[in-house]
Design a protein around this ligand. Structure first.
Ligand code: FAD
Length: 472
């Protein structure tokens, strides 16, 4: 019997439960659908589209050119394909965005009414959100008990499977359009640097994993906070698009460490746990994508500072570590986690700009843009989220820079106009005496911006704004 495998955020062949089940069931038609029915907020941003294009090209190669691409409404397209191919089954791996869950339920029902076997699988998470509950049946809101008690004690993650030994493709006419026809690549050439940093697809993901295991897994706990070194795995876009499963990553890391009690190992696995927690929150509290998790923040008086927001997006705030981060994002589609927290805190607290504006910018620019992790992390930074950083803990970007970019290599890489600044003033050029600036070839307001916020005053303003939300 013919079985359609609907690929979504699982663009891989190894450890793909839906594909494996389809191969066991019969002959396979692999399908990808560009969903035009999704809300605008859920449509992938520019950087994600760049990734998706290349990832689909890579998947199509892995499937010997059999991937069939369509654009439109998935329910309509799948119903038509079931008829055309006389398919008896449709399989896919589950997604957890609220709108997608509703849509998938509807599709399941429609296809089943046509006597089609429909099955969905867990291909993206170590522990699915519906399976983790507190002892009293409630939902966790705090990471550590969720992860340590809820997940780790519940069950070990499923062991990953290999690629199917052989995929037999159904002998059907090609109904789809080409990947190029989806028009995912940008018209203006802002992506020129991306391919230097990334190789979308299953092979690229496997390479990133083995590089990480070879060079950075040991030492992760210390090195993960230093943006100038390759101290983290850079697997996030590969995980987002499902080019590698978290199960593959989990077990590869367990195998790489002789000492299973290693704090580097524990720290890395718990970061995968944060990814799980984000999906858990999204599933149980679907409005986290655009509503404050903590409703006290609904009273927050955000400022509309369009010019300052633009300066932030362009990496021209005059605060070196913030600018370096925003430029890294623009150039590479990625930003180091420590710096994401710094630029986020600066936007939300020093500029008092609504976290949702930051979330949208990241959504468009990140190659790992992910509805669950992006929303949960922005709310964490803003203080409005579940288990968030307390609002009053406001990052000082100068101290953060001095601590995590001591030699300034990160700032100098992305803000080359500051390359000759002495270490002492690199993270606060506005404090440098005139002759030091002159010697370094820096003219504030000309070669490099003057700071758009006074860090001390804006910190106090943020605390006052927060205090106002408590008054009633
Ligand atoms: P590693 O340190 O190697 O971690 C391994 C994996 O664990 C990552 O690939 C990722 O899947 C997961 N992970 C690590 N940290 C987190 C975290 N805090 N929350 C959730 N998962 C985590 N991550 C995204 O994948 N997509 C996003 O859209 C996203 N937006 C963010 C926005 C803000 C404001 C902040 C502060 C963080 C955001 N993160 C997001 C989380 C984190 O910054 C990235 O996952 C991480 O930097 C990816 O780099 P890496 O793969 O080298 O991470």
């Amino acid at each position: 019997p013919v079985c359609i495998v609907w690929f979504r955020q699982d663009l891989r062949v190894i450890d793909n439960p839906a594909l494996l089940a389809a191969v066991e069931h019969g002959t396979v038609v692999p399908v990808y659908i560009f969903d035009t029915e999704l809300d605008e907020a859920d449509q992938p941003g520019g950087a994600s589209n760049w990734w998706l294009h290349h990832s689909l090209v890579s998947l199509n190669k892995r499937l010997n050119g059999h991937l069939q691409c369509f654009t439109g409404e998935p329910k309509k397209i799948l119903s038509e394909l079931v008829e055309k191919f006389s398919a008896r089954a449709v399989f896919w791996n589950r997604c957890y965005e609220p709108a997608v869950i509703d849509r998938d339920k509807e599709i399941k029902q429609t296809l089943r009414e046509r006597d089609c076997l429909v099955s969905s699988f867990n291909g993206s998470l170590l522990w699915e959100p519906m399976s983790i509950r507190k002892q009293d049946g409630g939902v966790y809101r705090v990471f550590t008990p969720y992860y340590r008690k809820g997940c780790l004690q519940a069950s070990a993650p499923r062991y990953p499977s290999s690629a199917p030994e052989r995929i037999t493709y159904a002998d059907v006419a090609n109904e789809g359009h080409s990947i190029d026809d989806a028009g995912l690549l940008p018209e203006i050439n802002w992506d020129s640097e991306f391919s230097k940093h990334w190789t979308p697809g299953e092979e690229g993901a496997a390479d990133k994993l083995s590089d990480f295991i070879k060079h950075a897994a040991k030492g992760y706990e210390d090195q993960r906070n230093i943006p100038s070194v390759r101290g983290t795995s850079r697997l996030s876009p590969h995980l987002h698009f499902g080019e590698i499963s978290p199960n593959q990553v989990w077990y590869a890391l367990l195998n790489a460490f002789d000492d299973q009690g290693s704090s580097d190992l524990d720290c890395f696995l718990s970061e995968l746990g944060w990814r799980e927690f984000s999906y858990y929150l999204l599933f149980h509290f679907p409005t986290i994508t655009d509503k404050n998790f903590n409703s006290q923040f609904d009273k927050f008086k955000w400022l509309n500072q369009d010019e300052k927001y633009t300066a932030w997006t362009k990496g021209r705030t005059g605060i070196p570590i913030v600018d370096a981060g925003m430029r890294e994002l623009w150039q590479t589609g990625y930003m180091h986690n420590r710096v994401r927290m710094i630029v986020g805190s600066f936007l939300v607290k020093n500029l008092l700009i609504d976290w949702r504006k930051g979330e949208r910018w990241f959504w468009d620019c990140l190659v790992d843009a992910d509805r669950a992790s992006n929303s949960a992390s922005w709310q964490w930074v803003a203080g409005s989220g579940a288990d968030a950083a307390p609002y009053f803990r406001i990052f000082n970007p100068v101290l953060q820079g001095e601590k995590f970019d001591k030699q300034g290599s990160y700032v100098k890489k992305y803000c080359p106009e500051l390359a000759n600044m002495p270490d002492k003033y690199l993270h606060k050029p506005w404090d440098a005496p005139k002759d030091v600036l002159q010697k370094a070839g820096v003219e504030l307001g000309s070669t490099y911006p003057k700071p758009i916020a006074d860090l001390k005053q804006s910190r106090q303003r943020a605390l006052d704004a927060y205090a106002d939300t408590k008054e009633d």
